[in-house]
Design a protein around this ligand. Structure first.
Ligand code: NAP
Ligand code: G3H
Length: 480
């Protein structure tokens, strides 16, 4: 099924319906075993030109294809993905050291995403407006507001969900009639290329989906400033997102960036439930999720009790190999070094380590710090690792103020049994989504998902993504 996507252990790029290979390759190592997994093609700016041009040409026919035919191809891709779930999950597990169970669920969730998107796309219709309800209009007119594709979408995805966060851009773009250039993460590109082959085998016409792998330092700016790109849909770090926003030229952008999601625990919360959510929210995939709980803000009167409930659950987390553990090696040494830097800073400034604090190579043990203060970097920075700070406050308003002091604004949780307090907090938090009595998380994937402040701009979520990647065309009929 996947024999064409690599040549002598170097994975190719998909261009105009063919797998092509570069003479230069980049090495991809397994973060767990540190063994070489394979190579990916190191494409150059001239390859970017070819990918964009091919997308531009193919989009014209694809955009005119009836939506129900585009939807059939998407459904076929979803089914093929499910048929190959276990095989691709194994590759994903090896490439990004995500636990096998989560790899399997990333793939089934992606198949569901594609199917829902295909159906939603078939329901996407425009609207008709009467003119005569605007003051002074004397003639009879109707506006037919229809949706048109934007053209060529550039999708850039991060390492932590190389399949899901690629498809969450590709599928809505395609159903809306756009073509897509995918720039997958370097670490994650092998998994992403398997997903691309699935779309190929589902019958996607040549040129509708092209890929570019390589060094961001060589092709990044060239890609995001390419005049043939009509929309950039980026998920990744705030640093790279800001850079792309600063160099890109007059194209609409969606930016899904970093986060510092807070779990605010009030004094009347169900602490057992809150503890369960905090542990799974903070530590699944070793905290390498944009929506991971990255700080707990607890009312002091219940903080000790909450900690007593959290610690045994953290002790139960399995640490080690992604085949059967929740806490797995971090994606690379740079990520591990950064996490350790934040941990050392916290300890130096007086944080109390309740559990963890140690590591073996890039496997960082689940770590919790209590008595974290605003002077510590861990109170503000996104570790993208299994490290959770607890900050104690005295009042609800203090909790809200502290949560809002962050540069980020992705999501927050509030745990309380008092609905008035829940809404009091929810309405004051400066984030895209507030979860009441639930951990922060992206799904279900048809919900709107947006970050504010340094967490991004624009809204994803199936219908919202389709809307973002289409423009309104107004056709006015004067009929008397
Ligand atoms: P990253 O380093 O910013 O990379 C993201 C993507 O951008 C990768 O494909 C990367 O390619 C590419 N890239 C890097 N520099 C580029 C440039 N100059 N021009 C064009 N593309 C460039 O992020 P990451 O480490 O993969 O992911 C972790 C970050 O993503 C965290 O901060 C996390 O919070 C954030 N994230 C946010 C969300 C959300 O929905 N808000 C979801 C997931 C992750 P290379 O791999 O080749 O460098
Ligand atoms: O890392 C960012 C993902 O979009 C988060 O999705 O909340 O389902 O893990 P998740």
């Amino acid at each position: 099924m996947f024999e064409n996507i690599k040549k002598q252990s170097c994975y190719g790029n998909f261009l105009n319906g063919q797998w092509i290979y570069s003479d230069k390759c980049l090495k991809i190592y397994n973060p767990t075993s540190k063994e070489l997994m394979g190579y990916i093609s190191q494409m150059q700016p001239e390859d970017v030109d070819k990918a964009v041009e091919s997308c531009k040409n193919a989009q014209k026919t694809w955009g005119n294809m009836p939506t129900n035919e585009r939807a059939k191809i998407l459904h076929k891709a979803a089914n093929l993905l499910l048929n190959n779930q276990d095989y691709i999950a194994d590759i994903l597990m090896q490439e990004i050291a995500k636990d096998k169970k989560s790899c399997l669920s990333e793939i089934s969730r992606t198949a569901d995403f594609i199917k829902f998107t295909a159906d939603e796309g078939e329901r996407t219709i425009g609207e008709a407006l009467n003119a005569d309800n605007f003051p002074g209009v004397k003639t009879d007119k109707l506006a037919f507001v229809i949706r048109e594709p934007l053209g060529v979408v550039l999708a850039i995805s991060p390492f932590n969900y190389p399949i899901n966060l690629s498809v969450s851009k590709i599928a809505p773009a395609l159903i809306a009639g756009n073509s897509v250039v995918l720039k997958p993460p370097t670490q994650g590109a092998i998994s992403a290329m398997h997903m691309v082959e699935i779309f190929n085998q589902a019958g996607l016409p040549a040129g509708v989906l092209n890929t570019i792998t390589g060094k961001s330092s060589e092709i990044g700016d060239y890609l995001v400033t390419h005049p043939g790109i009509d929309f950039i849909n980026f998920t990744g770090s705030t640093k790279v997102g800001k850079h792309i926003a600063s160099v890109s030229k007059m194209v609409p952008l969606i930016m899904e960036l970093g986060g510092k999601d807070a779990a605010i625990v009030l004094d009347d919360a169900n602490l057992e439930d809150a503890a369960n959510d905090i542990v799974s929210g903070a530590f699944s995939y070793s905290g390498q999720r944009c929506t991971a709980i990255k700080r707990v803000i607890a009312i002091n009167s219940i903080a000790d009790k909450l900690i007593d409930l959290i610690l045994p659950k953290v002790k139960e987390l399995k640490v080690g190999n992604p085949k059967d553990s929740t806490i797995t090696p971090l994606i690379n040494d740079k990520a591990k070094d950064y996490v350790l830097e934040l941990m050392n800073d916290a300890v130096e400034k007086g944080a109390q380590c309740l559990i963890g604090g140690n590591h073996q190579d890039n496997l960082v043990y689940p770590t919790i710090y209590d008595m974290v203060t605003e002077e510590m970097r861990i109170a503000w920075e996104e570790p993208f690792g299994p490290v959770l700070p607890i900050i104690r406050v005295s009042t609800i308003d203090e909790a809200i103020a502290l949560a809002n002091k962050s540069e980020y604004g992705l999501q927050s949780s509030v745990f309380t049994m008092n609905i008035n307090n829940a809404f009091y907090v929810a309405k004051r938090l400066e984030v895209g989504t507030v979860h009441i009595n639930n951990k922060t998380e992206r799904g279900p994937d048809h919900f709107p998902f947006s970050g504010i402040k340094n967490s991004g701009m624009g809204t994803q979520g199936i219908r919202y993504s389709i809307e973002a990647m289409t423009r309104r065309k107004n056709i006015v009929l004067e009929y008397n």
